[in-house]
Design a protein around this ligand. Structure first.
Ligand code: ATP
Length: 670
């Protein structure tokens, strides 16, 4: 079983030097993380696996490393400056902020119908977004056979209102969700009056009561900084002139360099450009450890292809390229999420925690023809989460940054003419003997999110020696003792609270701890390590029997279980650990050091003699080291060492001279 909570992975990461909280000396800064000695190795290995598999093993890819800071114009023409960031609305009653689109989707659809009906008459029908929606509603009404539509239809605001009435009756062919994007946009342009939002009684999901809503506002998703030493007042011309953004994605750097790479490397379309780099987003709700952070790393590909009208018979069209990239990327995730030692059953189980999900039309960005999200089933409440998006972005991006784009293309792509650009990012196709702006397929993955994915999947707590019945009974009776004591403490605390005094314990937290303890104890012996984790629960603090119970439980856990990261060997931060059987025998130490030195040029190897061999194995298992080598007295006589494999824990005698041939293919996962 992989990790069953993010907490387990987070504890391991902090304990063993994968990830540390950022700025910890000053109490930390929420959701910024530092990658420690093992974390940086793991992250580098992930990036290396991605780079090798997307560039070296293909014939149609090039690499790039564009600057983090780019002209502000890049973000103006990409659309980020105007739209990147969420629209938030605050409830005056409790000062809680919500994403407006999420809040609206949470409401009873009939209430949204009411909202639409009241606000539609105030809208400007010549606004392109409203016009689009009105046409959409009109054509729905035309094709709808229900009684209500017999009254007729129009493509104007009236059709939106008619649909709104049908939504209110629960009889609409169009769902309320179709309107959320528009409503959110209108709200931020102050065209959806906050008064109407309050009139219809939008409910705050955190309280279940009608909120008292303030004007929705857009929250800036990009970090702003300034190039140049002058400190100007925000919003002034001087400030805007020096303003730059920390990039929220690496992709735009690739679009900026499309023509450079194509010309410098004499590439013919189709070809792709790959880039790995930091990205920054001022996320409203960062969290879930390193899943969503404000500074993270992306691994992105822009794969440039022919527009559909230039695709010849036998060549792949945009849809086929999109499908191929989804398949390639999906295979990559499975390959590195699976340890080569996994059984067929384990492989199937791993595969069942990954899925490729096509975005619904509601979710799709307006410029994307199709997007497939690759998702992983993270443990606990996080559940399915996007780890990579593979989008068919058509010719939107290169057109957005091009001058002289024909009128009809601007209209089709809903773009304004770009008068700032000095280039048209098109390409002369020698086969088609024509110039065109290529389309693009974008597989975009998070490197730090990949790290969390691989860690969750690799994490295993295993019972290696079954505890005796007596030992299990002992835990059960200790747990019963804890419960008895804790229930007494709960009663005492309740009395204190009732008397208006401060209590030593919070009854609800202690109760939550007891439930967790009962649940884990009921699943012994396989839950042995979880029992220990349960003792770290907030509600267990200051309970005397817990303090007594911990040392023997720790000892039992250490004797009977191991935590092992079954990482793919290509990703493992440390590939090899070498131990001398005895640290006070110089001949053994010398030979062990010599073996380490032999391999350390190629990958990360550690030498350790700080504990007994059993404990050293456990330490390496916990960080996912695929092989451990022990040098013993026999080694001095016959030149062989014991090689112990992480997953099976099997040991083999291998000649020192044969070690490279033995280890290297295995470390590549062959
Ligand atoms: P989400 O829906 O999770 O916010 P997104 O759709 O905004 O993600 P993209 O813009 O498609 O994400 O970015 C591509 C990839 O970058 C995501 O699949 C994810 O792996 C990673 N990523 C995006 N935002 C973050 C973040 N705040 N922290 C860590 N990784 C991120």
């Amino acid at each position: 079983m992989p990790a069953n909570s993010l907490e387990q992975v987070r504890n391991l990461c902090m304990r063993r030097g994968f990830v540390f909280p950022g700025s910890a000396v000053y109490g930390g800064v929420a959701s910024f993380w530092d990658y420690g000695p093992l974390g940086v190795e793991l992250l580098n290995n992930i990036k290396k696996a991605w780079w090798q598999d997307t560039i070296y093993t293909r014939n149609d890819m090039e690499g790039l490393d564009a600057a983090v800071l780019m002209s502000r114009k890049v973000w103006q023409h990409s659309g980020h400056e105007a739209t990147f960031g969420d629209v938030l609305i605050e409830n005056r009653k409790n000062n809680r902020r919500h994403r407006l689109d999420h809040l609206l989707l949470d409401q009873d659809p009939k209430l949204l119908g009411e909202l639409l009906e009241r606000s539609a008459p105030t809208w400007d029908p010549s606004d392109p977004q409203i016009d689009n929606l009105a046409q959409f509603c009109g054509s729905w009404l035309r094709h709808h056979d229900g009684q209500d539509s017999k009254v007729g239809f129009s493509y104007g605001l009236e059709s939106i209102q008619r649909i709104a009435q049908l939504i209110k009756k629960g009889n609409s062919p169009v769902t309320a969700a179709n309107f959320v994007f528009l409503l959110t946009n209108l709200a931020v342009r102050k065209q959806l009056a906050v008064g109407v939002l309050n009139e219809v009684g939008i409910i705050d999901p955190t309280t279940g009561e009608v909120g008292d809503w303030l004007q929705p506002r857009r929250f800036m998703g990009m970090f702003v900084t300034h190039a140049g030493p002058v400190q100007a007042d925000p919003g002034t011309e001087e400030e805007l002139a020096s303003r730059v953004y920390l990039r929220p994605e690496t992709a735009q750097g690739i679009f900026m360099n499309f023509a450079h790479v194509q010309r410098a490397m004499a590439r013919k379309v189709p070809f792709g450009v790959a880039q790995i780099g930091k990205a920054f987003r001022n996320e409203i709700t960062p969290g879930n450890f390193i899943f969503r952070t404000r500074e993270f790393e992306q691994m992105e590909i822009e794969f440039f292809i022919k527009p559909p009208q230039f695709v010849k018979e036998g060549e792949k069209n945009d849809q086929q390229w999109h499908e191929e990239w989804v398949e390639q990327r999906f295979k990559w995730w499975l390959r590195y999420a699976t340890s080569p030692s996994a059984t067929l059953e384990e492989r199937d189980a791993t595969a069942s925690r990954f899925r490729a999900r096509a975005q619904t039309p509601d979710e799709l960005a307006h410029y994307a023809k199709a997007t497939t999200d690759i998702e992983y089933l993270f443990p606990g409440s996080l559940g399915w989460g996007e780890i990579e998006g593979v989008a068919n972005r058509t010719d939107f991006d290169l057109s957005a940054h091009s001058k002289d784009v024909p009128e009809e293309d601007l209209k089709r792509l809903k773009l304004e003419p770009n008068h700032d650009s000095t280039e048209k990012l098109d390409y002369f196709d020698p086969d088609a003997k024509a110039r065109y702006i290529p389309w693009v397929i974008e597989p975009s993955a998070g490197a730090t999110r990949a790290m969390l994915t691989f860690l969750c999947e690799a994490y295993h707590d295993e019972v290696v020696t079954e505890p005796t019945k007596q030992q299990i009974d002992q835990i059960k009776s200790d747990a019963a003792m804890i419960r008895k004591n804790a229930e007494k403490k709960i009663k005492e605390a309740q009395k204190e609270i009732a008397a208006g005094r401060e209590a030593k314990h919070d009854p609800a937290t202690v109760e939550a701890f007891l439930n967790l303890l009962d649940e884990t104890v009921s699943r012994l012996p396989e839950s042995l390590t979880e029992v220990l984790t349960a003792l770290d629960h907030e509600g267990a603090q200051n309970l005397e029997p817990v303090k007594k119970f911990r040392p023997p439980t720790e000892k039992l856990v250490e004797d009977c279980t191991r935590t092992v990261l079954r990482l793919h060997p290509a990703l493992a931060p440390v590939k090899l650990a070498v131990f001398p059987l005895k640290k006070n025998k110089p001949e053994l130490v010398e030979l062990a050091q010599a073996i380490k030195e032999r391999f350390q040029r190629h990958f990360r190897v550690v030498y350790d003699d700080s504990a007994g061999i059993g404990r050293l194995y456990r330490r390496q298992d916990e960080i996912g080291t695929p092989f451990c080598i022990t040098v013993d007295f026999e080694s001095l006589e016959d030149g062989t060492v014991t090689v112990r494999e992480r997953d099976s824990m099997e040991q083999e005698r291998v000649k020192i001279d044969d070690l490279p041939a033995y280890l290297l293919p295995r470390l590549q996962g062959e």
